[in-house]
Design a binder for this molecule. Structure first.
Ligand code: SF4
Length: 232
């Protein structure tokens, strides 16, 4: 198990203002600059990952590092790999615990965007770290609950967390009874090596989503279930 907790984060003001759709010359932009100056020194995103191996496969289950996951799509995606990287990444408690006045919705929105940037930074860092250390060309990932509930049920967050024992102690992330991660700006899943990049968005029919990474592909979705229909 490896922990990444010394990750440089550069809060690029232009990127942040673009996300918030705020003009660089406005008074609000100066307020945001002040906010960045205050919070940047405490931001400490973190990630934990494990190098795990596939032990068993069935039609819609796959055993990884002694933990069985139930998802046909995950199972098929891992057909050609033996080694995978379960992970959890977070913006970090340090920035998450900065108090914001409860009625100040604007400031809360800015803080959320700053935490998202910290999370983006650790995600990129983790991917580059895995590619470099394990000499991988292309990585894809799947996460419990991502896309539609059928792809990989959110309930399997519990199994994923069980791979790391005490995640709260290790990187400060808690999994609530309702399967929310705290800090909210945290992500989890399994990275795996692929020749062709896979995105859960390809199997997600949601029509309006600002974070879509790839178009919905109904044929691809059906191809994951061909075996059971006797078509392969
Ligand atoms: S389209 Fe949106 S909701 Fe669907 S998997 Fe992609 S990011 Fe998630």
């Amino acid at each position: 198990m490896e922990i990444l907790d010394d990750v440089p984060v550069e809060l690029d003001i232009d990127t942040l203002l673009a996300r918030l759709r705020i003009d660089r010359e406005s008074k609000i932009a100066r307020d945001i600059l002040d906010l960045i100056d205050n919070v940047a020194p405490v931001i400490r995103p973190k990630a934990i990952y494990e190098v795990s191996f596939i032990q068993n496969r069935d039609y819609d289950t796959v055993e990884i590092g002694g933990v069985t996951f139930k998802s046909r799509v995950l199972r098929v995606n891992l057909d050609k790999v033996e080694r995978v990287f379960p992970y959890i990444a977070t913006c970090g408690r340090e920035v998450d615990e900065i108090a914001t006045p409860s009625g100040d919705l604007l400031r809360q929105f800015w803080m959320d965007s700053i935490k998202e940037m910290a999370l983006d930074a650790i995600r990129k860092y983790l991917v580059n770290h895995l590619k470099e250390r394990y000499a991988l060309e292309e990585l894809s990932k799947m996460s419990p609950g991502e896309g539609s509930q059928d792809l990989w049920p959110i309930e399997e967050q519990r199994q994923l967390f069980s791979i790391f024992a005490d995640v709260e102690d290790l990187i400060g992330v808690t999994l609530t009874d309702s399967l929310l991660m705290i800090p909210i700006k945290s992500v989890s899943g399994i990275y795996f090596s692929t020749e062709i990049r896979f995105e859960s968005c390809q199997l997600c029919p949601r029509e309006v989503c600002q974070r879509r990474m790839a178009p919905y592909d109904k044929n691809l979705l059906e191809s994951f279930y061909k075996d059971r229909a006797g078509n392969s």
